[in-house]
Every structure is written in C-alpha cells, then in structure tokens.
Design a protein around this ligand. Sequence first.
Ligand code: PDD
Length: 312
Amino acid sequence: MPKIAYWNGRFVHPDDPVVPIEERGHQFGDGVYEVVRVYHGRPFLLHRHLLRLKRSLSAICIDNPHTDEEWAELVEDAIGRSDEQDAMVYLQVTRGIAERAHLFPAVQPSVCLTVRPVTAPALDARGSLLCLPDNRFADVWIKSINLLPNIAAKETAHRVGAVEALFVRNGVITEGSSSNAWFVRDGELWTAPDNRYILAGITRSFVLDLTERLGLAVHMEAIALEELATVDEIFMTGTTTEILPITAVFADARKMSYLKALPDLVKEPLVASVESVHTLWERPLHDGGLLTMKLQQAFRHVIADAASWPRV
Ligand code: PDD
C-alpha cells in the first residue's frame, strides 16, 4: 500500500474509498499518468516528466489542472509527508467525474497521487526478456492508464521466468512492457526512434544525455528481431528499472510468425501460457557488459549528487 495518497485537492488515507464509481479513469481508463523516481528525498527529472504529462494530456484533450510550479509543490509536499528518501511518486490525471457516456464531458479533471517506498535494484541485478507480439494500440507515446496489454505481457514473461516482455511489432523490436530497450553492437548503441510505437522514456532521455557526455555513438533506429544475433549487449531502462543488463532473450517457438507479422484475427487469451520457449539470444554476463556498466556507473554518479538537481 502507498504511504501517502492524494485525491482532488486533499491528502487522504491510502485505504479511503475516494474514487466515485462514475469516474472516467475508473470506467474508461480515460486518463494519463507519470511515475517519478525519488532519490535522497528529491524528485528526479521532474521537469521532463511534467513535459511528457503535458503532451499526453493535450493528446487526449484534457486541460492540465496545474502549472509546473503547482505540480512541483504538490509532489514535494507529498514526498515530505511520506518522509521517504527512496520512493516513487505515481501521479494520474483523468477526465473527471461524469455520467457514463463515451463523448468527452465538460468536467474538471481528477488528480490523484501516491508516494510509496521503493528499493533500488541490486548492483548485480540481471534479467531476461520474453518476446511477445506488440498488440497495444498504435499511439503508445501517450502515457495512457490503459495498460491491459502491458500487464498481460509482463505476467506472461514472468510465467516463464523472464523479468520483462520485449514487444515486437511486424518483426521490429519496439520496447518493453514498462521499459525501453537498448542494444549495443560493435561499441555503438541502438534504441528505437521517438515515434508513435514507443513511450519515449524519461530514463531513456537521460541515458541519451549520458551517452553524449561519454562520447558514445547512438543510432535512433529500431532493431529487427532477425538482427538479434548480431547484438553484443542488451539493457532496459525505466524509472524504477534504472539500467538493467539483460542476459537472455526468449521467444515462444510456436509464435515466431506472430512476431514477424500480426495475424488478422487471433482469438487467444492475452495472458499466454508459454510452453515451448526457446532462446533467441544469450550472453551470460559476469561483468554486466562493458558499455552497459559504463552507463550504470555514470547514472549512479548523477544520483549521488541529488542536491544539485533543478526543481522544475
Ligand atoms: N513505465 N515504456 C513503457 C511502455 C513504460 O510503461 C515505461 C515506464 C517506459 C520507461 O519510461 P520511463 O523511463 O519514463 O519510466 C517505457 C512506468 C515506470 C510504469 O508504468 O510504472
């Protein structure tokens, strides 16, 4: 349970049943969200999260209920009340409360926010991925609260012992269910371009800054599933994932054709049981991978210097 909860203008007990039945987020998933990491009691990269929030809100015609300064005050107030140093802030804006009807009603947006403690990933954390067809809607650049395909994919991945799903759309790797994918080949980096098919992660944007500081070459190009064999290192990035080195990529042998082109009609459960998993790529890492480790070190260096971060 979160430690701190906020709903439409007031802090509430996290257990309080505050969301009315006819709330658009609850009934339609009609809203957007952000997850902000807190290190040393300070929100990390808040200004970038607020910028993405604005883009998501305007994409679905919801007025931003707060200025950046008001958001920063609310986030800082909530972190202060939680008394947490290592935490995540979840903030969500939905269209508001109105009688259930598909057309957008003219009502005030609803705002909710929680703060919960998080444990940073272990320094030697490693993970594996399960490739699944990217069956999400085609505007995933909007950080929508509709995450059914994402949670089903993550659940399927976990059922085969992988930490994350790796979405593949028409043979091309897009991203993870809650993280962005990176590939290293011959000392250079590849990550999918900013387009409608990925959520441009804030951690990804920060890692891009780090690559510039370290003088590393980056290709903003997606990798095809067929090219995996040519890859030396893989890592995933995300607000709570940070930079996670990957040791193996799996796929369900029976589903390889789905990964190359989505079939017209598949009536299958979203949460698949995967019985014939085979390994597409493997790199048993003791060192974490040379470039991945370099970026992890640079990342940790910035985290240690929280006092110098800008407010918004
Ligand atoms: N997820 N891609 C998807 C689909 C995501 O849901 C996320 C983040 C990312 C990484 O974005 P960022 O670096 O801004 O966290 C990429 C959040 C953490 C979540 O849903 O909990």
